[in-house]
Design a binder for this molecule. Structure first.
Ligand code: AMP
Ligand code: TRP
Length: 344
């Protein structure tokens, strides 16, 4: 993206919407969002809203590739949507919508399914992990999950997709699918690229720092964005440390390193400043300071979240507006695709 001069020769306006790159981010409503989701993804999305033309999508269709309880899925989708807005995604600046509210995603998926070689899907490493021991029992939806993801991305002529390493392969597949369609039917899709965050802090489990913090871990292993202050303090107080005493960023001491990483992510201070602040102090004191920071970060998020969840009609309206904002583009892309393939 260039901010120097516009093609007219006039100086480009800073962050002119027409010039900004389009970025699509998806997050699945498959449980309660954690501090790991916030530090690793959501807060960056919020911070980058003026850099990119952003589309954020709660991918409920991806969630059902593995079994979900219907009532829980319904709740989790609303909860995640409300939390994204509470955590700073701004419906005025970004488009924020629920995937299943836009039938264009499933329609495009079918067309893309029919041009994607099964050999490409067989190479997807996430399927192998998620399918588990008995691959024959995994759903066909889990197998074609990357094609639905490609449809999400391609429907909006997306330039970039911010993802972690684990999703890079899926974005590359989307690129290959776009390229293959373009070659066969003529220029139709922008070919997207993955945007991999360089300093992506990976937050680890509080009771086992060898595992990623995840809602699928034990109750004390993660901090949920909606945890009460007392629960947050208790979980941090109980977090695993080690038998040493110093509070320093040492990757060979993963438990304390992880707590320090959380502290650094939420305060924005340098490692040196943090080490200096806690030099000569004990784990108990550090943990209390960390708990204060986490509580203070989440408190305003939780207040906004509660206000949104207490007003279901307004939340419904926000969801409908989000879908309405992206609909013209999705419809235009889908119409072109159907025509090119001979379905219209
Ligand atoms: P997931 O909940 O695994 O679908 O992840 C949603 C987003 O949150 C992705 O961008 C992940 O990279 C990010 N994320 C999830 N867990 C963590 C974690 N423990 N640390 C950092 N980022 C995470
Ligand atoms: N598969 C992504 C994940 O597990 C979620 C996702 C679905 C997504 N569709 C997307 C991410 C489109 C980026 C773009 O994290």
């Amino acid at each position: 993206m260039s901010t120097s001069t516009a093609p007219t020769g006039k100086p480009a306006k800073a962050a002119s919407p027409a010039k900004r790159e389009r970025v699509f981010s998806g997050i699945a409503p498959s449980g309660t969002p954690t501090l790991g989701n916030y530090i690793g993804a959501i807060r960056h999305w919020a911070a980058e809203q003026d850099i990119y033309d952003n589309i954020f999508c709660v991918v409920d269709l991806h969630a059902i590739t593995v079994p979900q309880d219907p009532a829980e899925l319904r709740f989790n989708t609303r909860q995640l949507y409300a939390l994204l807005i509470a955590a700073g995604l701004d419906p005025a600046r970004s488009s924020i919508f629920v995937q299943s509210h836009m039938h264009e995603h499933t329609e495009l998926t079918w067309v893309l399914d029919c041009i994607t070689p099964t050999g490409w899907l067989n190479r997807m490493t996430q399927f192998k992990v998620k399918a588990g021991e008995d691959r024959e029992l995994a759903s066909a939806g889990l197998y074609t999950y990357p094609v639905l993801m490609a449809a999400d991305i391609l429907l909006y002529q997306t330039d970039g997709v911010p993802v972690g390493e684990d999703q890079k392969q899926h974005v590359e597949l989307a690129r290959d699918v776009a390229n293959s369609f373009n070659n066969r039917f003529g220029e139709t899709f922008v070919e997207p690229r993955p945007i991999i965050r360089e300093v992506g802090a990976r937050i680890m489990s509080l009771d086992d720092p060898s595992k990623k913090m995840s809602k699928s871990g034990s109750d004390n292993s993660y901090i949920a964005l909606i945890d009460e202050p007392a629960a947050i303090r208790k979980k941090i107080a109980r977090a695993t440390t080690d038998s040493e005493r110093t509070i320093v960023f040492d990757e060979n001491r993963p438990a304390i390193f992880n707590l320090l990483t959380i502290y650094q992510a939420l305060t924005g201070q340098s490692q040196q400043a943090i080490e200096a602040e806690f030099a000569g102090k004990g784990y108990k004191e550090f943990k209390a300071a960390l708990a204060d920071i986490v509580v203070a970060t989440l408190e305003p998020v939780q207040q906004r979240y509660k206000a949104l969840m207490d007003d279901p009609a307004s939340l419904d309206a926000l969801m409908a507006e989000g879908a309405a904002k992206v609909r013209p583009l999705a419809q235009a892309t889908l119409r072109t695709v159907l025509e090119k393939v001979g379905l219209r």
